[in-house]
Ligand binder design. Structure first.
Ligand code: PCA
Length: 217
């Protein structure tokens, strides 16, 4: 593998009633892409609590990334959602792809209640909006497999000085949203363009910008 610092970019397998996951469709397009002096390694994670944990650990050991960015589907959201926080709980509204449905279980026993993203989410937001990509700061990654992976990424980053991590939820693809009245969607090319913009900022900026992007709900 190249000597350039690496970005490990992950997407997920389809879950629930879906037969496609837009996160993997977008992430796979970026395999091998050079972004701000880094090279992207794109990997697929199973939408399974236990296996995603095991596979994430193996990937991080193998790839030794400088930046770890997880991407997942959030059907119903209308913008790229830059997750601010991941919480130490698994509370699954549905079974994962292995049929397992944990309720109110810690992800890391004795771990902190939450971790904040170590990527500059406000600066990423500003760049995305400036380039015409709908984006927002989100204050919850849910309590299913994405939050679990986001928490584990941030748990790793908290232990490795040279590793920064974050998570982005993305809307349905138009082909998925077409099945539900009023469901928002985003075209894959916009998602891919947005991920590149977000990673350019993450790769070049360590200290976040300071401006309000909070929410009342
Ligand atoms: N979204 C789910 C898990 C996999 C994915 O793409 C979530 O938001 O937890």
């Amino acid at each position: 593998m190249s000597k350039q610092p690496r970005i490990l970019l992950t997407g997920f397998t389809p879950f629930g009633n879906e037969d496609i996951n837009p996160s993997w469709e977008a992430v796979r397009e970026l395999e091998g892409r050079h972004i701000a002096g880094h090279v992207v390694v794109a990997r697929l994670l199973p939408t399974i609590f236990a296996e995603s944990r095991r596979e994430l650990g193996l990937m991080v050991d193998e790839v030794a990334p400088a930046i770890l960015l997880g991407v997942g589907q959030a059907g119903g959201r209308s913008r790229l959602s830059l997750e601010r926080v991941a919480i130490n709980v698994q509370d699954a509204r549905m079974a994962d792809n292995a049929g397992v449905q944990p309720i109110d279980e810690a992800i890391v026993a004795d771990g902190p209640a939450a971790y904040f993203s170590s990527l500059p989410i406000k600066a990423m937001l500003k760049a995305l909006l400036a380039e015409g990509v709908p984006a927002e700061v989100s204050n919850t990654a849910g309590t299913f497999v994405c939050n679990h992976v986001a928490y584990l990424m941030l748990h790793l980053a908290a232990r490795h000085h040279d590793l920064r991590a974050g998570f982005i939820h993305i809307p349905y693809l138009p082909s998925q949203a077409a099945r539900f009245p009023n469901a928002p969607s985003m075209a894959q090319e916009d998602v891919v363009r947005g991920l590149i913009i977000a990673l350019q900022v993450a790769a070049t900026q360590r200290t976040d910008d300071r401006f309000g992007a909070g929410a009342l709900d």
